[in-house]
Write a protein that binds this ligand. Sequence first.
Ligand SMILES: NC(=O)c1ccc[n+]([C@@H]2O[C@H](COP(=O)([O-])OP(=O)(O)OC[C@H]3O[C@@H](n4cnc5c(N)ncnc54)[C@H](OP(=O)(O)O)[C@@H]3O)[C@@H](O)[C@H]2O)c1
Length: 279
Amino acid sequence: MHQSVLVTGASSGIGEEAAVFLAHKGFRVFAAARRIDKLKELNAVGAGRITPLQMDVTDKSSIDAALSKIAEYGAPLYGLVNNAGASAMGPVEKLPLSDWRTAFETNVFGLVAVTQAVLPQMRAAGRGRIINIGSITGRIASPFQGAYAGTKHAVEGLSDSLRRELVPFGIKVSVIRPGAINTPFGKHEAEMLEDYENDEVYGDQVKTFKAWFSKQHPNAPSPVVVAEAIHHALTAETPHSRYTAPFKMTYALVLRNLMPAAVTDRILERVNGLGKFRK
Ligand SMILES: NC(=O)c1ccc[n+]([C@@H]2O[C@H](COP(=O)([O-])OP(=O)(O)OC[C@H]3O[C@@H](n4cnc5c(N)ncnc54)[C@H](OP(=O)(O)O)[C@@H]3O)[C@@H](O)[C@H]2O)c1
């Protein structure tokens, strides 16, 4: 029997790529998301090892229903890839709390809810891997990404606690920090910024930031670089606690750790063009 892995947010982008990649590496993949029609398309490309499952990570009954279907497979899940994600873009002062809540419900509470639901079977098996998809934004927060950065910083912290709590049970926890990756996510983020382009307080800054931001994702690496990191975290005897994908983004994180925040601010402003607004 193949080892099984549940990938959330598998109807698009990184989750879709990871589901197909892992199926071709021999895993039995449970590919979950809300758009079941999109997931069914994976049957044709998943080496016959992908099972689509409807799951909204913000809805406990939906998580339970999906896990009941996985239980029919007859073996405990070996891996969980918490990948489902929602963004929220806009100035901290202006972004409606409903947008903050959607981001936290999906990226943090949803991730925790799926993890809580899966852990009993991993503990009983005495083994397992949990891979949480964070972001470079979980370490370096750009302006107008406050809500999203808040969720990804939360993923960093809760994953450290979880990793240390699960040591006695043989379950290993890794965080993957993608940089910009070429998926529909970035386009959606840029569209969200449009709501603030004519804002009387932040409009000019948002326009400048968006002009830079919109160019990042179309020219970014394919999600396969994240799928490779996920595969390593699932299969290495000693997986890393953190992966950056692509690896070269590690240098940005090293610099961020070494430099005072004021220096990082200036570098970011040079890159994204917002320096001209500095007073
Ligand atoms: N692309 C990047 O540059 C980048 C960079 C850093 C981190 N990330 C992270 O990588 C992860 C995947 O992003 P992506 O780029 O692949 O984005 P994407 O192409 O937009 O895919 C997002 C996935 O999340 C699912 N999803 C959203 N809300 C959900 C919910 N409530 N329940 C279940 N599934 C839900 C979506 O499926 P349905 O709509 O069908 O439910 C979709 O499959 C996210 O956690 C994101 O924060 C992405």
